[in-house]
Design a binder for this molecule. Structure first.
Ligand code: B4P
Length: 195
């Protein structure tokens, strides 16, 4: 199973990807997590990505494409993977298609999590408050000001992927406004219907 989870920031891509990992035993390839790990480790990629992420903008296609290409060659990706938060631009979409074709693979499905903007900002603020209350680090980009920029970037650069994948017959939408469990049920139904 090769799956893309698509949607605006805070739509629940990471949340649903984790559940898919548990149920299907394939890895979650989250470019957000990979970039945050690089920032934490202080690598060259992390140094280049940090300011961009903190400002709510998208990291360069070149950096992101390179980290994903390296990751999908790991042995745990043999059975499939969930691309969470990647691709986020048309250049990245083109790159993933080439990456898969070079390896004799193709995408099975692109699942769009549809959530309205007001709910998104509420989720992000809640996540920041919960992390702070638990004494955990709060993501620098989880605040309303930076979130506005993340959303602008989404509409400008990522939303065009919806039409792109629709035209390829790969796009399926789920109601991301539903509860986390309901969203999981909708996704599982799509996967079962695609078998
Ligand atoms: P990501 O880490 O991908 O962050 P995200 O869009 O906020 O996450 P997601 O949609 O997964 O939301 P989540 O499940 O956590 O990206 C962060 C940054 O990294 C980007 O801004 C960019 O700078 C950089 N980046 C990453 N990928 C890149 C790429 N390909 N190219 C360039 N730059 C890239 O859910 C959010 C919250 O909502 C959680 O608290 C969750 O509990 C809650 N929630 C989830 N589902 C819910 C539901 N159904 N109901 C109620 N709450 C829900």
């Amino acid at each position: 199973m090769k799956l893309i989870l698509l949607g605006p920031p805070g739509a629940g891509k990471g949340t649903q990807a984790q559940r898919l990992v548990e149920k299907h035993g394939i890895p979650q390839l989250s470019t957000g997590d990979m970039l945050r790990a690089a920032v934490k480790a202080g690598t060259e990629v992390g140094r280049r990505a940090k300011a961009v992420m903190d400002a709510g903008e998208l990291v360069s296609d070149e950096i992101v494409n390179a980290i994903v290409a390296e990751r999908i060659d790991q042995p745990d990706c043999k059975k499939g993977f969930i691309l969470d938060g990647y691709p986020r631009t048309l250049v990245q979409a083109d790159s993933v298609e080439k990456m898969l074709a070079e390896r004799g693979l193709k995408l099975d499905m692109v699942i769009e999590l549809v959530v309205d903007d007001k709910a998104l900002v509420g989720r992000i603020v809640k996540r920041a408050e919960e992390a702070a209350a638990a004494g955990q680090p709060v993501r620098k980009d989880d605040n309303p000001e930076v979130f506005e920029e993340r959303l602008r970037e989404y509409y400008k650069k990522t939303a065009p992927l919806i039409g792109y994948y629709y035209a390829k017959g790969l796009l399926k939408g789920v109601d991301g406004m539903a509860s986390i469990d309901d969203v999981t049920t909708q996704i599982e139904a799509l996967l079962a219907a695609n078998k």
